[in-house]
Design a protein around this ligand. Sequence first.
Ligand code: NCD
Length: 291
Amino acid sequence: MKHLINTRDFTLKEIDELCLRAEEFLDNKQRDILSGRMIITIFFENSTRTRSSFEIAAKRLGASVVSLDVSKSSSSKGETLLDTAANLDAMGPDAIVVRHMRAGVPHILSKHVNCPIINGGDGSHAHPTQALLDFFTIKQHFNNNISGKKIAIVGDIKNSRVANSNIELLNRAGLEVILVAPPHFLPQTHLRVSNNIKEVIDEVDIIMSLRTQTERHTNQIYASLKDYAEDFCITLDLMGERNILLLHPGPVHRNVDIDDVMMEDPRCKVLEQVKNGVAIRMAVLEKLIDV
Ligand code: NCD
């Protein structure tokens, strides 16, 4: 049995196969590949896209979905995580999708259940399906010719599980990753870094803007979001006529991460990412659940 805890759980060959399969699933047709199967989603942290994306993916494959409302579940009554896991497992699900504010929780759960665990984001550690859908979107945009392409990941990289997962995967796939952020948002890294987006904008093919993870900051580390935006917001002025693919995992802080005008610009593929997210999660569910 296989789990998806981080992007390293799949080889590049497997990921290419997932992308090919996701391509087929873009037709949005209802399928019965997972008919009679049951998937549990349990999100200990807020989510707009990821949870609904997994649930739609499961249903489009014919599976039924039970989503645990954590605010109403027993963990708010003091049940330990492992007891919650054992109880969920006893109900016989075919997969559990979990998001948690603490890094490592999906990994721990995977040791205590008899079905695949899929990480829907754990703390600032990993968000593998987000990286897979970003990778799929990039491949689609460049007709699979991605080796050697340059991507600037811009924003709160240090606290971002999306950045972590993308750095691992994109690097492995032969893209050059440049990290662009104020010094306190940069992790220790061997990658090229810059504190100024204008310094790298002429050489990149892709920009991935990230949300400032204000909920993970223990103290205020930028004078104000307005000051941050002055230097790092992706604006039309900054982009000019350049042919750059603009991505963001959402939720977008408008006019902090990306300005209103660029959100409407055809180079911005935020909604394409959301669409691709359902298809890639269908491919992941199909791969991990024995049919
Ligand atoms: C991200 C997350 O929750 O990790 N959103 C998402 O899953 N699409 C990014 C974020 O919260 O900024």
